[in-house]
Design a protein around this ligand. Structure first.
Ligand code: NAD
Length: 399
């Protein structure tokens, strides 16, 4: 996959100040180029061996929570914080003991946060759902403001752009409490234009933003094998790679701000098409008198093979719907975002009707908040009550 480099100079980003001392960026030529220049601009810290030396030459360069060393300055919570130049070089020290902030601890966020806490990272989490933070092993925060004040790296996993915007621009939100040097990584599936505007607003406060689409679902989140497609400045991504590695197996830098969420919408559209179409085919096969296991084996050995036939239906035909993953409500949200995105790009979307109708049916038949794999039951319902699996006990399986 092509990974175009960010075009904006690293020296314009305040977060660049910490990079040479941490992780892979230090080993790359880029780290000794513009980033090093930026370090020089921060004064004393830059002149220290820690700032220019090899990775790991200074244990203090990486804080205990495994995040990158980030310049922090308590004074910058004042209005002066909007001026990145106001950052005091004397504060260019590791923020020891600072937790990773996490906003949105649902199906995905909760599992990702759990990966981080199980890896020994402290997480300060906020979710309005009672007990969500505790379930993920995180320290519960009262609100977004507490997370923003208490963390230098903040991860988001929220339902959609409307919620992300309210968390960002709303009273007591991210922007109001942001301070230079903070990094926000948005793991949600969201509208690329909205994510780009948020990145700009945060940049004006001296913060960096990455739009990081996530693929693999709840199962991959639990195993720590998610695929991430990330938009934003590459050196910022390099700074947070050690943290992302706790829950992802592959991380692609897609290009500038917005390209991560764009890639996610394109991928998820194919996911929606293949899940909806395979559901229809499997229900039809059952009604035609075919054995679901044999039909699936044929599909997986033939040109109809896809992600759903390979990874979802082997479980579904045994009565395990893999609950805990993307709901039909969120699947529709993703397809609508895809159609909007293509409209903005001037590309006709000729294939969206199928998944919109299928997942719309699932929502209307009562499967809105169940995993989107339940679309097969929704289609089965209107096909006369077809199920792929006859459970003699009447009990539902879970993986
Ligand atoms: P979810 O509904 O399970 O989780 C969202 C969480 O956000 C909920 O716990 C909710 O209480 C919380 N929330 C809502 N408003 C909030 C606010 N103002 N402040 C803080 N928290 C708030 O959804 P999910 O399945 O975890 O998905 C999260 C995001 O990840 C979505 O954008 C989704 O499209 C994307 N995604 C999901 C999957 C998946 O398989 N579930 C896979 C890839 C991407």
């Amino acid at each position: 996959m092509t990974e175009p480099r960010a075009t904006s100079p690293a020296t314009t980003s305040p977060v660049a100040t910490d990079l040479a001392a941490t992780g892979p960026a230090a080993a790359s030529p880029a780290a000794t180029g513009p980033v090093a220049t930026d370090l020089a601009a921060t004064g004393p810290a830059a002149a220290s061996p820690a700032a220019t030396g090899p990775v790991g030459s200074n244990p203090a360069a990486t804080n205990p929570v495994g995040t990158s060393r980030i310049v922090t300055n308590p004074a910058t919570t004042s209005p002066a914080a909007t001026d990145p130049a106001a950052t005091d070089p004397a504060d260019a020290v590791p923020a020891a003991g600072r937790p990773i902030g996490f906003i949105g601890l649902g199906n995905m966020g909760g599992r990702i946060a759990r990966r981080l806490t199980e890896a020994g990272r402290a997480v300060l989490g906020y979710d309005p759902a009672p007990g969500a933070a505790e379930k993920a092993g995180a320290t519960p925060a009262a609100d977004v403001a507490e997370v923003t004040r208490g963390a230098d790296l903040i991860l988001l996993s929220l339902p959609d752009s409307r919620v992300i915007e309210s968390v960002t621009y709303g009273p007591d939100g991210l922007l109001e409490h942001a301070r230079p040097g903070q990094i926000v990584v948005d793991l949600s599936t969201a509208a690329p234009d909205s994510s780009r505007r948020i990145a700009e607003a945060l940049a004006a406060r001296g913060c960096a933003h990455l739009d990081a689409g996530v693929s693999g679902g709840a199962a991959a989140a639990e195993k720590g094998t998610l695929t991430l497609m990330v938009g934003g400045e590459e050196h910022v991504l390099d700074a947070v790679r050690p943290t992302l590695a706790a829950f992802s197996a592959k991380v692609f830098h897609m290009g500038p701000s917005g390209t991560g969420h764009s890639a996610k919408l394109l991928n998820n559209f194919l996911n929606a098409v293949s899940l909806a179409a395979t559901s229809e085919v499997m229900v039809a096969g059952r009604k035609a008198g075919l054995d679901p296991r044999k039909l699936l084996a044929v599909l997986n050995s033939s040109s109809g093979a896809n992600w759903a036939t390979a990874n979802r239906f082997p479980h579904i035909i045994e009565g395990d719907y893999l609950e805990g993953g993307l709901t039909s409500t969120l699947m529709i949200k993703d397809v609508v975002l895809y159609v909007d995105h293509l409209g903005a790009l001037g590309v006709p979307s000729l294939n969206a009707a199928g998944p919109l109708a299928s997942f719309g049916l699932a929502v209307n038949l009562g499967y809105a908040d169940r995993i989107s794999n339940r679309v097969v039951d929704a289609i089965g319902d209107v096909a006369g009550g077809i199920r792929l699996y006859d459970d003699p006990t009447g009990e539902e399986k879970t993986s």
